[in-house]
Ligand binder design. Structure first.
Ligand SMILES: Cc1cc2nc3c(=O)[nH]c(=O)nc-3n(C[C@H](O)[C@H](O)[C@H](O)COP(=O)(O)OP(=O)(O)OC[C@H]3O[C@@H](n4cnc5c(N)ncnc54)[C@H](O)[C@@H]3O)c2cc1C
Ligand SMILES: NC(=O)c1ccc[n+]([C@@H]2O[C@H](COP(=O)([O-])OP(=O)(O)OC[C@H]3O[C@@H](n4cnc5c(N)ncnc54)[C@H](OP(=O)(O)O)[C@@H]3O)[C@@H](O)[C@H]2O)c1
Length: 551
């Protein structure tokens, strides 16, 4: 029997989708059958096609769904914590949604959300993770961008692996990290014993920075220098009470078996008011206020005060709104852990961990705002208290494997923390490599952290060189990068000998300026064009000789 000729199937899989000809034919057949489509239908986008793929379908060397072939090397030019969100999104323009989600993250790979940046974006893309507000470093900006991108995702068919709404996804099942032991991940914190806090600035300083120690006995936590310590803070009870008073709600209002006050203290963030809170207000208020609440929910700034609106200020701005306490709590972000670079070496005291913590306090409209975790450590815990904590392993931040290599450490302010750890480690292991520290802060008489210890390390020839930059001692600001330029010849000589270079501290300004100074040093003393110097520093990064721990 001769079969009758059939009209060719419509091509649902675009030519640009990352599949071989054979795979495209197979998928076209599958989707045409699944969707019962007629010839002439609109082809699927690569992302729609990818989202429809059956779970576990193995296409060998073909790019993952949502990736284009260019990206198989995971090229992510935006993966720089010092880069602004707008710049990152520009670099990701035209890329598939999965990559744009990644560009929206804070790029610190800090793990505070329970993932690294790539895994968090992948989990959102594959709809295993519904929470879009977990990125602490990215804050509201990232949450807002993720929400916008998520709407695109909503237009795609749900993949076969998507969870049903009743299942609560957790980062642990998204990453399948072997981190179930207590103290090994934010999902399984241990209880560390708070030992002490000692002020590192002298009276009269404009800063408040603490050296803090914990005892790890019985927690199961062990660590290496370069790792960070994650802590679960609680909110200031006085702030929780002020919120309750502003809402005129009963403190004991029951919420999920707990009271409103308890949940406000340890369950939700009372920092920047989320967009969804304004959305809630817009439903229960009218007139001008409703328009303002809607504008704020859309990320606009009708009164020029949006950046100052923490949860309490937001309620006060819409004074008289009385949301249902349960709906109010649902509109808030979860209270997230915070990370701190470890400032001690386990070679010295394996069961102790030290941190260097700057207390965030600043006044707005007559009220002192408190950084939740730093004020928790500075004010609300004391010796003998146990706090929920876990170890965050460093991803790309640690001493060179070869102990004879020289290291250059640039750590102004609290950026000194991991370098104190490095120095103790190099001392304990009798590492023969030379050590050079650049430290800087506001004023030499008040803010010279660990001055005595550093002097001791110099005398013991562990710290071979210490270069200091005080920004508020004289008329002119002197920053670490100014000192780097001054001693550029020596810096270049150390690099030429194979030194590893490390930067820790402020991501927004310092880390970028330091990198620029390094490029200048390489260009001037390495006798290279600017482009060659940029390529040299990029190579340092790629080979792991230029590492950053910035926040
Ligand atoms: C890997 C890593 C390592 C880190 N290591 C350290 C460390 O060693 N030491 C350290 O101190 N920190 C470190 N941090 C930062 C730390 O995790 C916290 O982000 C920091 O302590 C602030 O947290 P908080 O909860 O106290 O403040 P939050 O409640 O998170 O408030 C901070 C927010 O307040 C706002 N804010 C702050 N100051 C002002 C101001 N003057 N005016 C207006 N708004 C302001 C900003 O929006 C800021 O984002 C590290 C972060 C990471 C990711
Ligand atoms: N909200 C903000 O605007 C802001 C600003 C700085 C830091 N932070 C955050 O505050 C936390 C703790 O800070 P910290 O205690 O470690 O100290 P820090 O505030 O970062 O200051 C440490 C030293 O770095 C100097 N500095 C400022 N800008 C610099 C730049 N572009 N390049 C090099 N050095 C620079 C400071 O000088 P001067 O202060 O005299 O300029 C100071 O001498 C960090 O999380 C940091 O990100 C926030």
């Amino acid at each position: 029997m001769i079969s009758s000729p059939r009209a060719p199937l419509p091509s649902l899989i675009p030519e640009t989708a990352p599949f071989s000809a054979e795979q495209r034919v197979w998928l076209n057949g599958l989707f045409a059958g699944l969707l019962a489509l007629e010839p002439g239908v609109t082809p699927l986008s690569p992302e729609q096609a990818a989202a429809l793929l059956p779970d576990g379908l193995d296409f060998g060397a073909t790019a993952l769904p949502g990736q284009d072939s260019q990206e198989q090397d995971d090229d992510a030019p935006w993966h720089d914590p010092a880069m602004a969100l707008t710049e990152r999104m520009k670099l990701a323009e035209g890329r598939p949604l999965r990559r744009r989600l990644m560009a929206a993250m804070g790029q610190q790979d800090c793990g505070q959300c329970g993932y690294n940046c790539q895994d968090y974006s992948d989990a959102i893309f594959s709809q295993k993770e519904e929470r879009l507000n977990l990125c602490v470093p990215g804050g509201k900006e990232t949450a807002r961008m993720l929400k916008a991108l998520h709407q695109e995702l909503g237009n795609l068919p749900a993949p076969a692996t998507a969870k049903t709404p009743t299942e609560t996804p957790t980062p642990a099942d998204a990453t399948a990290a072997p981190a179930a032991a207590p103290g090994r991940s934010r999902e399984h914190p241990a209880e560390a014993l708070f030992l002490s806090r000692t002020r590192l600035n002298k009276p009269g300083s404009g800063k408040e920075t603490w050296h803090i120690e914990f005892d790890l006995t019985g927690t199961g936590i062990d660590y290496a220098v370069g790792d960070a310590f994650g802590l679960f803070p609680t909110n200031d009870p006085a702030l929780a009470d002020a919120v309750i008073a502003a809402l005129a709600a009963p403190a004991k209002f029951p919420i999920g078996g707990r009271t409103l006050r308890e949940v406000l203290i340890d369950g939700v963030s009372l920092g920047a008011a989320p967009d969804i809170l304004f959305q809630l207000f817009s439903y229960i208020t009218g007139g001008d206020r409703r328009q303002k609440a809607k504008a704020l929910a859309a990320g606009e700034d009708p009164d020029g005060d949006a950046a100052m609106l923490d949860v309490l200020a937001a309620i006060e701005k819409f004074s008289g709104v009385r949301p249902d306490p349960e709906a109010f709590i649902e509109a808030l972000d979860p209270l997230q852990p915070r990370l701190y670079s470890i400032a001690s070496s386990p070679r010295v005291e394996p069961k102790k961990i030290a941190l260097t913590v700057d207390t965030v306090r600043y006044p707005i409209n007559g009220r002192t705002r408190l950084g939740v975790a730093s004020s928790y450590l500075a004010d609300r815990v004391g010796p003998g208290d146990r706090i929920k904590a876990y170890l965050q392993k460093a991803q790309h931040f640690g001493l060179p494997a070869d102990p004879s290599l020289p290291i250059i450490m640039i750590g102004p302010g609290t950026g000194i923390a991991p370098f104190r750890a490095f120095l103790y480690e190099r001392m304990a292991t009798k590492a023969p490599g030379r050590n050079w520290l650049f430290f800087g802060h506001q004023r030499s008489n008040y803010d010279f952290f660990y001055e005595d210890e550093l002097a001791g390390m110099k005398a013991a020839r562990v710290l071979n060189r210490l270069t200091l930059a005080w920004s508020r001692d004289g008329e002119q600001k002197i920053y670490v990068q100014d000192r780097m330029r001054e001693v550029g010849r020596d810096l270049w000589a150390w690099l030429a000998e194979g030194a590893h270079i490390y930067v820790c501290g402020d991501a927004k300004h310092m880390a970028r300026d330091v990198e620029r100074a390094l490029i200048d040093v390489v260009a001037t003393f390495g006798v290279r064009s600017t482009n060659e110097a940029v390529a040299f520093v990029t190579d340092l990064k790629k080979s792991g000789r230029y590492q950053q721990d910035v926040y």
